[in-house]
Ligand binder design. Sequence first.
Ligand SMILES: [Zn+2]
Ligand SMILES: [Zn+2]
Length: 395
Amino acid sequence: MISRTIQSYIPNLIDIRHDLHRHPEVSGQERLTAERVLNYVKPFEPDWVLERLGGHGLAFCYKGEHPGPTIMLRCELDALPITEINTFGYRSTVPGVSHKCGHDGHMSILIGMARLLHEHPITHGQVVLLFQPAEENGEGAKAVLHDETFLSIRPDFAFALHNLPGYPKGQLQIRNGAMACASRGMHLTLLGKTSHAAWPEDGKSPAIAMCRIIEGLTLLPHAPALQHCFNLVSVVQANLGRDGFGTVPGEANISATLRSDHEDGIQFLIQQSNLLIEQWLAIHGLEHTMHWSDIFELSVNDPSAADFVRKAAQNSQIPVHEMPDPLRASEDFGVFTQQFPGALFGLGSGEQSPQLHNPDYDFPDDIIEYGVQTFWNIVQECINQETEAQLQDMD
Ligand SMILES: [Zn+2]
Ligand SMILES: [Zn+2]
């Protein structure tokens, strides 16, 4: 059951969500989004504000009168370089950019939390609302964590939610341990020598090596050493030569995403990819360059933090689904849960909803209230449990 107070906020939060949806910005360029968020939260008089955290990040703090735990709630500022095909009135006004991961919805939920914390102050501890930049490229959480101003915040618990298509609207998804996969983006360039198409023996074409590497990478997850966990290698880009019949190319590019729900899995994939590439380079006498990007750590839920999410749901009769497996997608929230106990949970956005990152995806407005209520209950649960523990310590 959603509280009346939260229900009364919803029309306004929907307007805010639509405003943010109209004006999306990609990772690292969320300057105007941050400005909008600041303008929305300021009237709710946070005790302090941190700006330009790890780029365009923002943190707002609400303090209780008495000491207690520091609880961090995190959402993301960034949109994606995807052209929106929806035709509703609040569709993206920025060509080629749109909120296709629902981060507009996550932001409106935390803005709702700011209003709640302002109108119904907590008694103990403090709540930090973090609006993190650059989640989609895996840079933002790291940048925030390494930002000197963030050092003053040492959360006792950190929580984040992500809307999840394919699950009933408003249902929460949770599990202990790995919640979202680790992943790595690999960029490989094979360097041979260009030649005349009539005399390919005078050059070094990377064509065969490229095919073998693509095949080998794709088959890596079937290795016997990996059968205890989920692993996936997806080749996302491959390039060889041009449509010119006189030339055999001397260069090829391959990009692939490596993914695993175990730390040893991702390390094995990295190590075996390197061996495989070296092997085919040696056979064909090729040089290469390689670099990695989009580095997402495993997002691991602390069981006691995950219990706060379960209790929070229970307190408002919000349905919970225990996930048998972690999410295949990655989330850079894992950077925080490596440092602080925390939990990432899913918020169902409808079984019939298009998938995240699809051009027709749109965060459903009717799940905003479930997000706000769950976060609110989590905060209350954390404060109650931690302050009770402190009182018992004093006994
Ligand atoms: Zn995304
Ligand atoms: Zn996302």
